[in-house]
Design a protein around this ligand. Sequence first.
Ligand SMILES: [Fe+2]
Ligand SMILES: [Fe+2]
Length: 307
Amino acid sequence: MNSAIPLSPTYSGTIVRLNNASIHKYYLPYQDIEWDEPQNRIDLDDSAWSDEESVFIARTDWYRRQTQRVRNELGLRISVDAARLGVLFENILTRGLLQFARQLPSGSAEYRYVMHEAIEECHHSMMFQEFINRSGVTPSPEDRRARLFGNFIARMAGFFPELFFMFVLGGEAPIDHAQRERLRKSKSLPPLLRQIMQIHTTEEARHIHFAEYYLREHVPRLNWFRKTLLSLITPVVFSVMASMMMRISDSAARAFDIPADVMKQAYDENPDYHQMVKESFRSVIEMCQELGLTRGVSERLWRFLAT
Ligand SMILES: [Fe+2]
Ligand SMILES: [Fe+2]
């Protein structure tokens, strides 16, 4: 971050708009969600939990052989695992945002906005955790590699914020894309899940917007070394995030006895799955191209890992 160069009017104006949006459109999970209302009770006999439209596994013969009850249990487990990953991800983000805010000088335009964002991420964590608690499901254990990787990224926020905000996009863009697609396509989504996703996508739109504008403002100011490093780490970050977020966890696959070849059929060998990964990263890849972050070795990495 080079504070000697004044911020562009577009970037400063965006921060003012996002600050205003944060105080006019926000949610409080224990006020806005009526957790105890009958329509929000989690009932495993309700076929809405299977939500077959949104899971790639539903298109396999293995899935067609399962009873409705197993499909409902699998659907709920997938939603609980997504919430568990959300709690971890929000935790990394919040730590990174606080680390980033700590080194900002007094009078910095970004300070207030990132504090709004940190507060919103804390609310999301509470909302996801409350959903997990009420589901009665034990989520998949935390991936150790994801935790270590997350710790590294959160520390980076203080002295390499461009890498941190790239990670923010790497996590938020695919989740946002998946949730928007699910809200759009699923006709029978349980009301509780629908409301959680609506709250999340509304506030995430601001976070994605800020990360993009931050990167557009600050990446061109980076020196050659940092810019090269960013261009090489970014495709790796994106590919790790996509594989963590868009497929059934290994632990859930074991719990439901999903054979390895069925997982392959649902994901690795499924062009629709690869298309969805590509779609979710499209706008971010375009931004990286505009910022000159997809050249040389980086271009080959993108082709190999993330597309
Ligand atoms: Fe969030
Ligand atoms: Fe966010």
